[in-house]
Design a protein around this ligand. Sequence first.
Ligand code: H79
Length: 441
Amino acid sequence: MNTKKIALGIALTFILSCNLIAQSSYQPSEKNIKNREWFSSAKFGLFIHWGVYSELAGGGDKGVGEWIMNNKKIPIKQYEKLPDFFNPTAFNPAEWVSMVKKAGIKYITITTKHHDGFAMYDSKISDYDVVKKTPYGKDIIKLLKDECDKQGIKLFFYYSQLDWHHPDYYPRGKSGLGFTGRPEEGDWNKYIDYMNTQLTELLTNYGEVGGIWFDGMWDQPDTNWRLDDTYSLIHKLQNGALIGSNHHKMPFAGEDFQMFERDLPGENTMGFSHTGAISQLPLEMCETMNGSWGYNFVDTEYKSSATLIKTLVKAAGYGANLLLNTGPMPNGKIQPENVDTLLKIGKWLEKYGETIYGSSKGPIRPSNWGSSTEKNGKVYLHILDCKEENLFIGKLPKKIKLAKFFDDQSVVKFKETEFGVIFNIPNAKKKPIDTIIEIKM
Ligand code: H79
């Protein structure tokens, strides 16, 4: 090798390694930081899981929606027939977004491609998409994005890194095994390039998006996902876009928010959260309204609006957003039961949203009795569960000047002790969902 070639080699290695460490030394742009602040103040988002799997509606098994291809071991060749029947003629994005606004929801995160690999938008690098393969033939993501822009709702894109359809998703991980009919070979780097091209499409053809919500890395946590390539690409294309990933671990360099799947920050009742801790980044927890993400017509175990409001309030007590899921039906309508619940939450927020939107976590950690939020120098105690008329909470950082019931602004009696504060909450003052005490210190 001559010296010129060696020099070129060194230069190339340098450029490549710079690229690799790009997001390791990631400095969010000013715009990104502003968007993080907006995100943290938004508190309530709608998660939408929609794909051709909605046609199968869970196949009669509760808890199954978007996982039906894997759970029922449907080969690609058969699954590929589903798009032929996808014709959601009742899909009305204006109706969706108006409902979202009425429900007090500030942003939407929608599946652009789930684990089944089917793109719900017009992808140029793949034929496996809603425009080319369905009788509907329209770009769902474009229709929704245009409406969101019109009505001032931010749109985030869910994107599954895991793919049960693409031949180059190889080596395989923990799911999509043994039934798809793919040859047991493939070029992993080609798959990552494909994914990055799809992300480029999503970040160039739809205007400004809220961010990218990744999922599926848990399928093979030890594989080289070339995250630095993907994350620096996203931040290069849209430096305000927020990146989050549902890998169930502490955030990696280049990510802009931390998420928790079906659990409050720091809890692990589902067995997914191996996050270890709560980071300093903006936080978001996602939750289902029944037990399924994608549409399931036998899963009628809908959580009540009261339960979901309590979840929202507790999440806010951690400073976290609630991203609440709905799985639209194959005709394009949102399940009426979900609409009903969301509008009830919206009604509650009309009255009490002041204590939630724009708040940060309060001085008292969420506990069995409830949680606390803080905003503009006021602390709000949200009492979600209190059988007694006297409630003891931990120590507040300062002395209380005045405590009032948020509802009627009447004075709350309290006693500060060396161990904490006792509040007197007469049963007559209690509200069925959340009794809020407003404190000035
Ligand atoms: O999109 C929704 C789900 O389809 C997706 N994330 C939400 C937002 C999701 N599915 N499963 N998970 C997330 C959690 C992962 C479960 C796992 Fe496993 C349990 C991974 C490893 C053990 C199931 C069993 C899959 C592989 C083995």
